[in-house]
Design a protein around this ligand. Structure first.
Ligand code: A3P
Length: 305
C-alpha cells in the first residue's frame, strides 16, 4: 500500500477502445472490462459521478427515497453495504462487481459508480435500462475536494502542492480522466433519456435540498409526503451526515486507509471553498479554460460567486 502513493495514473485502453487514466493498470483494466459485460436488471438504481461531486450524499438521499424515508433503517447498515460499487478499485476491500452479481433478485440493486459513461455496462450504454442518476459539482470545488481526498486517502497518489494537483486536474491526468469529458458525456446522454436518467447538481442540492429531493422522488416514481421529504433533508444535511458513522466512511478511517489526521471524508460540504485554495491567477486561468471547454454546453454551474 505504501508504494501506491507514488504511483501515477496511467492511460489504459479498455476492451471497447475507450482510453482513460487508471491506477493499478492491469487489475483495473480487467475489472473495467468485466463491468462492461455486467448484466443489468430493470429495477437497478445507479448513482454515478466524477469522484468528489457529492456521490455519498446523493446515495443516501436516493436510498432513503426508495425506502420510504426510513432513517432508522438507514442507520442500521453501512452505506457501503447498501450499495454495490460496480467499479470499486482493487486497493479497497471487497469486490463490488461480485457483490452486485450475487445481489438477491427480489431486492433493488443500489449501484455506485465513478465510471465515465463509456465504461458503464454495455447494456446501459446501449439502451435506457433501470434508473441512472448523475451528480455533478462545479469543477473548482470538485477539484479542491479531490485534492484533499488525495491527501488523506492512502490508496491514492500523494497529490503534492495544490498548484500541481490543479494542473493535473485541468489536463485530465487524474484517475478517471477529465472532469469536462466525464460530466459532458453524461449530460449529453441525459438529454435524450428523460425517464431513465436524471442529472442533479451539487449546488442545487445545497441551495434547495427539499426541492431537489422532491424532483428526485418524482424521477424515481416514489410518492413521498412533505414530512418524509423533510426527514430525508434533515437526515442528509451535512452536519448530520458528518456525524453519522454509517455514511462517513468510518470503516475506512478505522482501518487506516483514510487518515483523519490529514482530512475528513466529510470535510466542509460547501459551495465556494475553492476561493480558499485558488490564487487569483489560477482562478483566471481556469476560467479561461472553462470558457473554452464549455463553449457549446447547455449546462451551467454555480461557483458560489
Ligand atoms: P468537500 O471535500 O468539499 O467537503 P463524494 O461523496 O463524491 O466523494 O463527495 C464528497 C464531497 O461531498 C465532500 O466535499 C463532502 O464533504 C461532500 N458531502 C458529503 N455529504 C454532504 C452533504 N450531506 N452535504 C453537502 N456536502 C456533502
Amino acid at each position: 500500500m505504501g508504494d501506491s502513493r507514488n504511483i501515477v495514473p496511467r492511460e489504459e485502453t479498455m476492451s471497447n477502445g475507450f482510453t482513460v487514466p487508471v491506477l493499478g493498470a492491469e487489475k483495473s483494466r480487467k475489472n473495467r472490462n468485466e463491468v462492461l459485460k455486467m448484466r443489468l436488471r430493470p429495477d437497478d438504481v445507479i448513482v454515478a459521478s466524477y469522484p468528489k461531486a457529492g456521490t455519498t450524499w446523493l446515495q443516501e438521499i436516493v436510498w432513503l427515497i426508495c425506502n420510504d424515508a426510513d432513517a432508522t433503517l438507514a442507520k442500521k447498515k453501512m452505506l457501503e453495504d447498501r450499495y454495490g460499487w460496480m467499479d470499486k478499485p482493487a486497493s479497497l476491500p471487497g469486490n463490488g462487481l461480485e457483490e452486485l452479481n450475487a445481489w438477491p433478485r427480489e431486492q433493488t440493486r443500489f449501484i455506485k459508480t465513478h465510471a465515465p459513461f463509456q465504461l458503464l455496462p454495455n447494456e446501459v450504454q446501449n439502451e435506457a435500462i433501470g434508473k441512472l442518476i448523475y451528480v455533478a459539482r462545479n469543477p473548482k470545488d470538485n477539484c479542491v475536494s479531490f485534492y484533499h481526498f488525495h491527501r488523506m486517502n492512502k490508496t491514492l497518489p500523494e497529490p503534492g502542492p495544490f498548484s500541481e494537483f490543479l494542473e493535473q486536474f485541468t489536463q485530465g491526468n487524474l484517475v478517471l480522466g477529465s472532469w469536462f469529458d466525464h460530466v459532458n458525456k453524461y449530460w449529453q446522454v441525459s438529454q435524450s433519456r428523460e425517464r431513465s436518467m436524471y442529472f442533479v447538481l451539487y449546488e442545487n442540492m445545497k441551495n434547495n435540498s427539499k426541492e431537489e429531493i422532491k424532483k428526485l422522488a418524482n424521477f424515481l416514481e416514489k410518492d413521498l409526503s412533505d414530512a418524509q421529504i423533510t426527514i430525508i433533508a434533515n437526515h442528509c444535511a451535512f452536519d448530520n451526515m458528518k456525524d453519522n458513522d454509517r455514511v462517513n466512511y468510518s470503516r475506512l478511517t478505522a482501518s487506516g486507509l483514510f487518515d483523519a489526521n490529514i482530512s475528513h471524508f466529510m470535510r466542509k460540504g460547501k459551495v465556494g471553498d475553492w476561493k480558499n485554495h485558488f490564487t487569483v491567477s489560477q482562478s483566471e486561468e481556469f476560467d479561461d479554460l472553462y470558457r473554452k471547454k464549455t463553449e457549446d454546453w447547455t449546462l451551467e454551474f454555480d461557483f458560489g460567486l
